[in-house]
Design a protein around this ligand. Structure first.
Ligand SMILES: [Zn+2]
Length: 162
């Protein structure tokens, strides 16, 4: 399944309104608050399309973290390349020392040790740091920061940069 446009998803060959897809996933539900965040992210004119797609994949728990990809094959390590703990979304983007340093050195520092340790996805964390009053500029910075953490993780994990 891939994200097609704001209001539809492509499942196989058939376009399905997003609401039906979300409703059809009882064990992987996305809260109304997080769907609202996604709608706001999608509407950000200054955010690059590839980062919007990344945000969608992150919210849908579709990022190939070590934990997620390692569940599919034993050829992929479930461990974080920085610290060897299990690399799930929450660890990779918020709780690993690398991510903690990134957030703590941001323009508006974020102390991630106060955030939930989710096992699958980062929906609780996003709901904790983004609300209806979060300005667009901050939302833009959060999504861009997440994307750069993901990019840095891939560069490090696959040996492109040290
Ligand atoms: Zn780590």
């Amino acid at each position: 399944m891939k994200f097609c446009q704001k209001k539809t998803l492509v499942t196989g060959k058939k376009k399905v309104p997003r609401a039906y897809v979300v409703a059809a996933l009882p064990t992987r539900t996305i809260s109304a608050q997080v769907m609202n965040i996604m709608d706001r992210v999608w509407a950000l004119k200054l955010l690059a399309p590839n980062i919007k797609c990344f945000a969608w994949r992150l919210i849908r728990r579709a990022i190939a973290t070590g934990a997620r990809a390692g569940n599919l094959t034993n050829k992929i390590s479930k461990s974080c390349a920085h610290c060897n703990l299990v690399e799930n979304d929450a660890h990779l983007f918020f709780h690993c020392n690398f991510a903690r340093a990134v957030w703590f050195s941001a323009k508006t520092p974020l102390c991630t040790s106060m955030l939930p340790s989710e096992q699958d996805g980062v929906q609780e964390i996003l709901a904790a740091i983004i609300n209806r009053n979060t300005p667009e500029s901050v939302l833009l910075r959060i999504m861009t920061t997440l994307w750069f953490i993901w990019k840095a993780r891939n560069d490090f994990r696959f040996g492109r940069k040290k």
